[in-house]
Ligand binder design. Structure first.
Ligand code: AMP
Length: 121
């Protein structure tokens, strides 16, 4: 599959500093910030700084350094947000996954008991 990245998406604009965000953590390869419409007490989005539209795009084409930097950011977010009792990581992908923003982002949700993984609807 070929992956077409749209650089006008809102997370690309956040990365360019055109839109503010509530940063939780940042390193050379990833930015983590609070979701604007939180679905749990902890709801952080971790995004790569490179132009990847989805998890499978990132997994297929990001360098080892980018992938390591991204996962290091995930570890820092889990530490900073204190989700030791558990959390859920979600990567909604394209149409079937109901992805709204076409820049890969991993939702980190926690801070309370979560509901079913796939509620009706
Ligand atoms: P999805 O693409 O369906 O995985 O979800 C996109 C997520 O981005 C939603 O949870 C939105 O609330 C969130 N979101 C959209 N715009 C912003 C923004 N400017 N800052 C933070 N989160 C955002």
């Amino acid at each position: 599959m070929t992956f077409d990245y749209d650089p006008t998406n809102i997370f690309a604009r956040i990365l360019r500093g055109e839109i503010p965000n509530r940063t939780v953590f940042e390193n050379d390869h990833a930015l983590a910030f609070e979701d604007i419409n939180p679905q749990a007490p902890v709801h952080v989005l971790v995004i790569p700084k490179g132009p990847y539209m989805s998890l499978d795009h990132f997994a297929a084409e990001a360098s080892a350094e980018e992938q390591a930097g991204f996962m290091a950011a995930v570890a820092e977010v889990c530490r900073i947000t204190n989700v030791g009792e558990g959390f859920r990581a979600i990567a909604n992908t394209r149409t079937h996954g109901r992805q709204e923003v076409p820049h890969y982002h991993l939702h980190i949700l926690g801070g309370a008991q979560l509901g079913a993984m796939l509620p009706p609807g």
